[in-house]
Structures are given as structure tokens and as C-alpha cells.
Ligand binder design. Structure first.
Ligand SMILES: [Zn+2]
Length: 482
């Protein structure tokens, strides 16, 4: 995620609101998701045990593939969906949970047999006719409809599925997916996606991955089809519906699909997104092969969205980033996330600096490549910052309230640079490329990053990371080890 500076205060507030929505779901905070009313408390209760968001996601199964069929009418804000979830049971499941906020569930089947279902706040609790055996691959189909309800804080912001002037935008971190489909909504359970979105003729409907074309649907509507064949975390899924001017093409054998809201004048937004391929190629030369099967970007003109998010293979940008002119810094940030965040995904939200520190550092690398400040100059400027939060909040353990704080971004990037200074350029870039190659399409933790850095560099780096990631005061300036 990138925060637009002019929208920073609001964005931080939005982040807190989203975090707050989730935090409210902790057991004991209300009846929304506590599994105590279920006939059998184990296995399969809500929550994968993320220390920051204990009830986010669900245990007892591992999703392999989502097949989403969604029909949306912007005139009425009515969504009708059928979601098919193919998963492997990791325990015997007399019942299991999916995350689904709002909407009305009409039917649920498990392996084709009708299943009992109940709602507990933002949880859909499914009780199959017979328990799913541990290790079994099973398929859940859920039919549902209604008006999507954004994840909302009345005073400060919204996320998830938002009804816009001419369509909708589904976007948000750390959660958004559960506002439009039943999902195991935690980044530790990545899956592939096959998405069909049916909208009134004349509207564009964009999602992640490779475009699979359009076909006419009943009533003169159009179905847009998308496929993300590389595992994706649910918060990286997106749908954007509305009037957009689109650009298609091919680059290095992969399709390109970008879209800019038609309400925006042609100019900086188009020009910035058009440089996606150039930026991606530069980052590829540093980090290794671009990790996905498609390229693109979407610029939305929606006042409630004042940030950019690294939605997989096709980041979504607030138009605010481009109001002052061309801006490839934000493009570099979101594209760097394709490696750091999307291909390598945090296993728990506490480690978010692995995403934001590296993406911010990539912005520094891109600026230097463009003839701007060197990475050392960027580090030096931040190092003298008197921003108390930067030094007081440890980026490696920021806490829920500081998940998107300047420490996670700027001090996260400074941590990356401190590593570079300490081990030298050769080892530093080998560390990054090794990390990318070894963790591709998976999940990772800070401890694993530290272990990789130590293994590749042959140096003991505990003290460096302890000070930069977990200290609560400004660390000493880094110096070359040895
Ligand atoms: Zn980011």
C-alpha cells in the first residue's frame, strides 16, 4: 500500500478503521465471530491465530482455488454471486467457517450435497451432511446475494466493496474480500482465482491476472472473465467496475491490461501507468523474474480511496497520486510489492515491514535510477528525522494501531539500507534475489528473512535487526561489517 501524502491523515484513519473492524472481531469483543455457540468448538473455528487479528481467516482447511461468478448492477447496488471453494481439509471437519461480511446466503453445498449453514457476524458456519475427512479435497459452493456492506467506521473511512458513481471498487488491506465473496480471509492461505463478473453493457469490469475475454450475457449485459493462476492472498484480490479507458498489449509474452477512469482527463495518470512495463523491467533486473502472468494497473477516481494497493498483477491507484503530474514513484512502490507482498506474502500481519520496507526501498532504488537522490541520501534524510513515531514504533512489531505507520515504511526501508551498508552491495543484492527465488509464491516471516540474510552474507546480523526492527530509539548509523 502507498499513502497519498495529501490524503495521509485520512488514509491512516482508514487503516485504523479497517484494523479496528477486524480487532472488533476478537473473541470477547462481541458475538460476531465467537465460535462458542457452535455445536462443536473444534476443529474449524474462526481464526488462524494471527497475533494481531486472532479471528481473521479460518482454521481446518487450506484453499486451493476460488471460482467466483458475480453479477453486479450499479443502478441498484445489488450483487449476486456463486463462489466455489476447492480446499483440502487439514483436520476432520464436522463444521468449518468461511469469512463473509453482510450479504444473504441462499444455499451451500459441500461436494454437491446441501449443507447446513448459519451466520455468526462476519462468519459463515457450514455444517456438511457428513464430516469432511482430514486430508480430503472438498468443494464448497455458496450462492448469495444482497447489497455489499463496506467495512466501515462511521467517522473516518471505508474499505471492501464500495459502490461508486458508475460502478464499484473492491479494495482494502488487511481485509476486503469478505465483503463480496466467502473466503478464508487471511494472507497465509493463498489460492488461485477464476473470476467472472457480469455487468451492464458499456461498463468495464477488471480483476486480477490474465484477461480471458468477454462474452455477452442475458439482458444485454457483458461478462468479463479473469484468471489468476499464481497463488494470491485474498487481500490482493480486486474488482473495479465502471467507465474506464483501457489499454491492452503484450510484454515479454504476458498480457498487459490497464484502465484509467474515464472521468479523469487524459494525462498524468495514463502516462504514469503506461510506464508500468519499464518500471517492472527495471525491478526485474534487481530482484529477479517478474512473478506473475500479466501486467497492468487501474486508476480509480473515487474520493474514498486515497491510497494505492498492490493488488496482484494489477495495482489500483487513487487518482490523487497523479493530480500534480506524472508519478512513477508510486508505480515503483506497488510493482515492487509484486515481489515483496504478493509473490512472497506475510504469514502474519506483524511482519508487514517485509512488504512495506522493501517496497519503500524499491522507490528509493527507482528514484536513484531516474537520476534523483541516491539511496544513501534518502537514508540520510530519514535518519535525521525528528518524527518521534519513526523511532518509538518498532517496525518489526508495530502493533495493530501502527500497522501502516511511518516506521513500517520509512524505518523499514532504512532497515533494508542498513543491511546493505553492513553486508556490502554484492551480498545485499544476492540476499534479495535469494529471498525472492526461495520464497516465491509462498509465505514468509521476519525470522526467515534474517536467517536468509545471515546465510547468504555469512554474517551474524542479530544485533543489526534487533536495533532496526525492534528497538524503540534511533539505532547507530550502520557501518560495513568486517
Ligand atoms: Zn506499500
Amino acid at each position: 500500500m502507498s499513502r497519498h501524502r495529501r490524503g495521509l491523515a485520512l488514509l491512516v484513519a482508514v487503516s485504523l478503521a479497517l484494523a479496528g473492524c477486524t480487532a472488533d472481531r476478537r473473541p470477547g469483543a462481541g458475538s460476531r465471530s465467537t465460535p462458542t455457540s457452535s455445536p462443536s468448538p473444534t476443529p474449524g473455528p474462526a481464526g488462524v491465530g494471527d497475533p494481531y487479528f486472532p479471528t481473521a481467516g479460518n482454521s481446518g482447511y487450506d484453499v486451493d482455488r476460488y471460482t467466483l461468478r458475480v453479477r453486479y448492477d450499479p443502478a441498484t447496488d445489488e450483487l449476486r454471486g456463486t463462489t466455489t471453494v476447492r480446499a483440502t481439509a487439514t483436520a476432520e471437519l464436522p463444521l468449518f467457517h468461511l469469512d463473509l461480511a453482510g450479504l444473504t446466503v441462499r444455499r451451500v453445498t459441500v461436494d454437491g450435497t446441501p449443507a447446513r449453514h448459519a451466520r455468526e457476524g462476519a462468519e459463515l458456519v457450514v455444517t456438511p451432511a457428513a464430516p469432511v475427512r482430514a486430508g480430503a479435497v472438498f468443494t464448497v459452493e455458496v450462492g448469495y446475494d444482497g447489497r455489499p456492506v463496506p467495512l466501515r467506521n462511521e467517522t473516518i473511512g471505508e474499505g471492501g466493496w464500495l459502490h461508486t458513481a458508475d460502478g464499484a471498487v473492491a479494495l482494502g488491506q488487511p481485509e476486503s474480500a469478505s465483503t463480496w465473496f466467502p473466503v478464508n480471509d487471511h494472507p497465509s492461505d493463498k489460492a488461485t482465482y477464476d473470476v467472472e463478473i457480469t455487468v451492464p453493457q458499456g461498463l468495464v469490469a477488471v480483476a486480477n491476472g490474465v484477461p480471458q475475454g468477454q462474452r455477452p450475457a442475458a439482458g444485454g449485459w457483458t461478462t468479463w472473465r479473469w484468471s489468476e493462476a499464481t497463488p494470491m492472498a485474498s487481500y490482493l484480490s480486486t474488482v473495479v467496475i465502471g467507465k474506464y479507458r483501457t489499454t491492452t498489449g503484450e510484454h515479454r509474452g504476458r498480457p498487459v491490461f490497464s484502465a484509467v477512469a474515464s472521468s479523469l482527463p487524459r494525462g498524468a495518470a495514463d502516462a504514469s501507468v503506461a510506464r508500468t512495463l519499464e518500471v517492472a523491467d527495471h525491478l526485474e533486473s534487481i530482484f529477479g523474474r517478474y512473478p506473475f502472468g500479466a501486467y497492468g494497473g487501474v486508476v480509480v477516481d473515487e474520493p474514498r480511496i486515497r491510497y494505492a494497493l498492490e493488488t496482484q498483477s494489477r495495482p489500483v491507484y487513487s487518482a490523487n497520486f497523479f493530480r500534480a503530474g506524472e508519478n512513477t514513484g508510486v508505480v515503483a512502490h506497488e510493482l515492487a510489492h509484486q515481489w515483496f507482498g504478493d509473490s512472497i506474502t506475510v504469514a502474519r500481519w506483524e511482519d508487514i515491514w517485509l512488504n512495506e520496507g522493501l517496497a519503500t526501498y524499491a522507490e528509493w532504488l527507482w528514484a536513484e535510477h531516474q537520476g534523483g537522490d541516491t539511496t544513501q541520501a534518502a537514508f540520510d534524510q530519514e535518519y535525521v528525522s525528528s518524527d518521534d513515531q519513526l523511532w518509538r514504533v518498532p517496525p518489526g512489531a508495530p502493533g495493530v494501531a501502527n500497522l501502516f505507520s511511518s516506521s513500517v515504511y520509512q524505518r523499514g526501508a532504512m532497515t533494508v539500507h542498513a543491511l546493505r551498508v553492513t553486508v556490502g552491495d554484492d551480498a545485499f543484492f544476492r540476499i534479495l534475489r535469494t529471498w525472492v527465488a526461495e520464497k516465491r509464491n509462498g509465505n514468509a516471516t521476519t525470522a526467515e528473512f534474517v536467517a536468509t540474510a545471515e546465510r547468504v552474507s555469512g554474517q551474524q546480523l542479530d544485533d543489526l535487526f534487533a536495533a532496526w526492527l525492534y528497538g524503540t530509539e534511533r539505532p547507530p548509523t550502520p557501518t560495513r561489517a568486517g
